[in-house]
Design a protein around this ligand. Structure first.
Ligand code: NDP
Length: 247
């Protein structure tokens, strides 16, 4: 798909990796539109780059349905959805301290399931519905993670990112008849505000496990988004962009 002039919706694009996608896609000539939960970040994005956006909590079904209807009425159906919004709420499954045994709280499990799994499901469903309704041979890019293979302290997050990978394959199979592709990216450790906060000793430990010898840059994940959009033969696959972390 030619990027230029395409309608691209990015969830969770008010900051972090999603913001990078929006900025780069605009530079490539696309028409990015960002949804997020923090108005300040949307305002800053608009002021800095001119990229429009609006508040949308991807976990709220009624709001997601209404957003995709309104967006399509105003702009035409999306050509591309980047399902990027995601959160972490880490903790050990079982934690024993002396005589005390703490278990991973259901509330923390549910919170991450709601955003990372249900949010991706709802936005993917509504984007696919609008694409199909309007005959747009579009693309859904889901952001998974190398944690989908299972990662210490991330029972909830890993489960959601594995689910995201499975939904990607399912959608590629089901939506092919409408000419819609689905693909995913599984980033490794990427340098963001979040990973910048990890203390240096821990960072050194992490980097020591990465054959590339460094964390990834947001730009490198954005380049992958560009590749998936442009290369029509990428379908139903999860591209691991991790500097070799999982090899
Ligand atoms: P950030 O936390 O920087 O950005 C995520 C954005 O999503 C934030 O703006 C956040 O808002 C927003 N968001 C949270 N909940 C919702 C919601 N319910 N509805 C809409 N938007 C919401 O994360 P990253 O940029 O680091 O990560 C982006 C994606 O990449 C995620 O899916 C993450 O799991 C994945 N990933 C990241 C890696 C990394 O190393 N950073 C590695 C592998 C995968 P708020 O400002 O309130 O937090």
């Amino acid at each position: 798909m030619e990027i230029s002039g395409k309608n691209v919706i990015i969830t969770g694009g008010g900051r972090g990796i999603g913001k990078q996608f929006a900025v780069d896609l605009k530079a490539y000539g696309a028409k990015p539109y960002v949804v997020d939960v923090v108005q300040e970040n949307l305002d800053a994005l608009k002021n800095e780059t001119g990229i429009p956006g609006s508040i949308l909590d991807v976990t709220n079904e009624a709001d997601v349905v209404a957003f995709f209807e309104t967006y399509t009425a105003e702009n035409g159906a999306p050509d591309v959805l980047v399902n990027n919004a995601g959160i972490t709420a880490d903790g050990l499954f079982i934690k024993q301290k002396g005589d005390e045994l703490a278990t991973f709280p259901l509330s923390k499990w549910q919170k991450v399931i709601d955003v990372n799994l249900t949010g991706v499901f709802l936005c993917g469903r509504e984007a696919a519905a609008q694409m199909t309704k309007h005959g747009v041979r579009g693309l859904i890019i889901n952001i998974s993670s190398v944690s989908r293979e299972g990662n210490f302290g991330q029972t909830n997050y890993s489960a959601t990112k594995a689910g995201v990978a499975a939904m990607t394959v399912t959608w590629a199979k089901e939506l092919a008849r409408a000419g819609i592709r689905a693909a995913a990216i599984a980033p490794g450790y990427i340098r963001t505000e979040m990973t910048d906060k990890i203390d240096q000793k821990m960072k050194d430990k992490i980097v020591a496990q990465i054959p590339a010898g460094r964390m990834g840059e947001m730009k490198e994940i954005s380049q992958t988004v560009r590749f998936i959009i442009e290369c029509d033969y990428v379908n139903g696959r999860v591209l691991e962009i991790d500097g070799g972390l999982r090899i």
